[in-house]
Design a protein around this ligand. Sequence first.
Ligand SMILES: [Fe+2]
Ligand SMILES: [Fe+2]
Length: 205
Amino acid sequence: MQKSELSEHTRNILGLKLPTDPRWVNLAEISLEDILTDHAYCEQKAAITCISLIQKNPEKDLLVEELSPIVTEEWGHFRMVLSELKKRGLKLGRQRKDIYVNKLLEFQIKGGSPTERFLDQMLIMALIEARSCERFKRLSEGMDDEYMRKFYRKFMESEAGHYTLFITLAEHYIDKTVVRNRWQQWLNYEKDLMNSTEVRGDRIH
Ligand SMILES: [Fe+2]
Ligand SMILES: [Fe+2]
C-alpha cells in the first residue's frame, strides 16, 4: 500500500502532539552504543509484533498480505543496526525495560470487544512507528556525524510508510470515524506520556 493512496484527511490526522525535546539528539549522540542497542531491539520488536498480528488475525486477508513484507523489512532494519554496531566495534547490549511501550499498553481498552482490542493494537503500532519516525528525523537532522545523519534518514523514510499503513489497515476493518476518534485519544495520551517521561539519550523513546 503506497502513501499516495491515503486520503488528505488521513494524512492530516496523523500528527503527533508534542515534538521531541531538542536536547535528546545530543544525549543520544554521546551514547551511541546504547542508542543503537535500543534501536536494534525496537526493530526486532516491530518484526515480532507484526508476526503476532498475523497469527492472531489470519482471517484478515489484507492485514496478512500487507504485514508479511513488513516483518522482512523490520528484520532487515535489525540487521542493519547490528552491522553498524559491529563496524564500530560496539556491542549489542541486553534488552532493557521498555517504559514507553509499557506505558502505552496501560491505555489499551481493558476487556473490550475483539474489535476494540484489535483497533487499539493497530493504533499502538501506528503510534510507536510515528514516534520512531519523528525521533529518526531528529537524528537525521541533528547529529554531528554526516554518515549517521544519512543512516537515520533511511530509517525515517521506512517508518513513515509504516505508521500510515497501520492506520489504513484499521480503517479497512473498522468504521473510519471510530478509528479517527480513538486515534485522537491515543495522540493526547501519548503527548502527556512524553511530557512526563525523563529525556534520556540511551533510548529511542
Ligand atoms: Fe523499522
Ligand atoms: Fe517500522
